[in-house]
Design a protein around this ligand. Structure first.
Ligand SMILES: [Zn+2]
Length: 523
């Protein structure tokens, strides 16, 4: 791919989201998921049906609006909602409630991951997954459970390419609540449609933005008036989307000069999104791109800043970048560092990665076997065309994009930044971004980069809920809210691995033990 290892990571780390779109073919998931649907439809009770009254008692309640007053108490769930929260040790058992003792444990709100891509199978190209329908079917069957296994009870899919995948996800017997941004607003011939062959690249992007200057290279069947920012946003709204996703990405490698939208186009997207009450999210991982996002008043910047352009070699965080980050703080723009995008690629160079215990809990056996096979490592060759040693490859990322994104996150963590938690799972066709686990690994990265445990906790609960205007329903443990709850054995305010000590998850009041959410569980 490259010959100059100093610039290699600059190009490679643009890979995210590209392959996502390349690997997806129009009719492939439809075939597999029809059969998956029939399995799920016969599985019994209605999805996420609420259990009867449940009283979780003698538990340490940690809720973001009350972090200064963490203490023991009881929470009563009825009909899928939290009906009362008592912050005292001795409480009287409500009539007719099933009692769950949380003795020695903690109760936190269900976690929210506002950056996922459900339709993409980690580690696979479309050809590979087409040849392995059984393996892929098992993957999708486990998918909602893997997110719950790590406590994620609410997800936002940023770029819908196969609505059937989302519909089937919502039909699973137990699944996280799922919201989406509809089909994303891609600038004509820009990222990421640029990675598809010209004649057909517009097909998977029904909400692309028409660019009159490129009329000659846009197929004639598309009428400009159907692809204005306003028309695109209206389609997102009518499809039930809660957010709009767009991009500012000049590209890399052979495609370094991709067309990008101007400020006028972003202003139109901004206006239409505001009118329709949709959250505006922008893919931006470079200094220039995040400047564009801030100037255009985006609500959420969907990546960390690992490209600093001409300032890439600066060992310290440059003052120009600090000034931009100050504006991000001041405008309360939602910020998703997504450091796991980089580690998703590095996973192929970390011999211990596939040995992480949780991987066998959330990955169907056959798929995991395949990840471990030579064929399953195809992406490593793609990433490392120069055949660098694993150590050299890791080092290159460490001193380049990882160093830069950590410096940015550390600076933002020292301020009152509106971090919103998003894992970008999977960000490329990598087995390094597995559902649920990837969010947990992202939290570890955020901690390592300097975010406090309280910042991480708020980012994954109330900040996300507020950003997506769901805070009347989600994000804290308060009466009236949906009973999406997680019970870990350790406190997430004391250690980040608390998020891997979960024993029970409630979705709309329905309980599931963590064990029962693992692959091959008989519970
Ligand atoms: Zn993404």
């Amino acid at each position: 791919m490259v010959s100059d290892c100093h610039t290699a990571p600059e190009r490679m780390v643009f890979v995210p989201v590209i392959y996502l779109d390349i690997t997806i073919r129009m009719n492939f998931f439809a075939i597999i998921l029809v059969s998956l649907f029939s399995v799920v439809a016969n599985a019994g009770p209605a999805p996420n049906q609420a259990a009867s009254r449940t009283w979780i008692t003698n538990v340490t309640i940690i809720s973001p609006e009350n972090l200064d007053h963490v203490g023991k108490g009881s929470v009563l769930i009825d009909n899928g909602r939290i009906v009362s929260v008592e912050r005292k040790k001795e409480a009287k058992k409500p009539v007719g409630a099933t009692v769950v003792s949380g003795n020695g444990q903690f109760l936190i709100p269900g976690l929210i991951d506002s950056h996922v891509h459900l339709a993409a199978v980690p580690g696979m190209t479309s050809d590979q997954s087409q040849g392995k329908p059984e393996m892929v079917k098992e993957y999708f069957k486990q998918l909602p459970r893997s997110y719950l296994y790590f406590g994620y009870t609410t997800l936002v899919d940023l770029a819908v390419v196969h609505r059937e995948v989302l519909e089937n996800f919502r039909q699973a017997p137990l699944h996280p609540d799922l919201y989406d941004c509809g089909a994303s607003l891609v600038f004509a011939n820009g990222y990421p449609m640029s990675f598809l062959p010209r004649p057909t690249r517009f097909i998977p992007f029904p909400n692309f933005i028409y660019d009159p200057k490129q009329a000659a290279s846009i197929p004639q069947e598309y009428r400009p008036e159907d692809h204005t920012p306003a028309a695109d946003v209206a389609r997102v709204k009518s499809s039930g989307g809660v957010c709009v996703k767009t991009y500012f990405e000049r590209g890399f490698a052979d495609d370094k000069n991709l067309p990008v939208m101007g400020t006028d186009v972003l202003a139109e997207i901004r206006k239409a999104s505001t009118e329709d009450g949709l959250v505006l999210m922008i893919h931006a991982n470079a200094f220039e791109a995040q400047t564009f996002a801030v100037d255009g008043n985006a609500d959420v910047i969907a990546h960390g800043m690992w490209h600093w352009g001409d300032l890439d070699r600066s060992p310290e965080l440059p003052s120009e970048i600090k000034e931009l980050l100050d504006r991000i703080v001041e405008k309360k723009i939602g910020y998703q560092p997504t450091i796991q995008v980089l580690y998703g690629e590095l996973a192929y160079f970390e011999p211990e990665y596939l040995k992480i215990n949780a991987i066998a809990k959330i990955t169907p056996e056959e798929l995991l076997e395949w990840f471990n096979s030579p064929e399953g490592n195809w992406f490593k060759k793609e990433l490392n065309e120069d055949n660098l040693s694993d150590a050299t490859f890791l080092e290159m990322y460490e001193r380049g994009p990882l160093r830069r994104v950590r410096q940015v996150v550390a600076y933002l963590a020292s301020k009152d930044t509106n971090f919103v938690f998003g894992s970008d799972t999977p960000s490329s066709p990598t087995y390094g971004n597995l559902p649920g686990l990837n969010g947990y690994l992202e939290m570890q990265q955020l901690r390592k980069a300097g975010m406090s445990l309280a910042q991480i906790f708020r980012a994954a609960t109330i900040n996300n809920a507020r950003e997506f205007k769901m805070d009347s329903q989600l994000g804290s443990i308060e009466p009236g809210k949906i009973a999406n709850l997680v019970m870990p054995k350790k406190s997430p305010l004391e250690r980040v691995d608390a998020y891997d000590s979960i024993t029970t998850v409630w979705v709309h009041g329905k309980a599931a033990s963590r064990r029962s959410l693992a692959v091959n569980s008989n519970e």
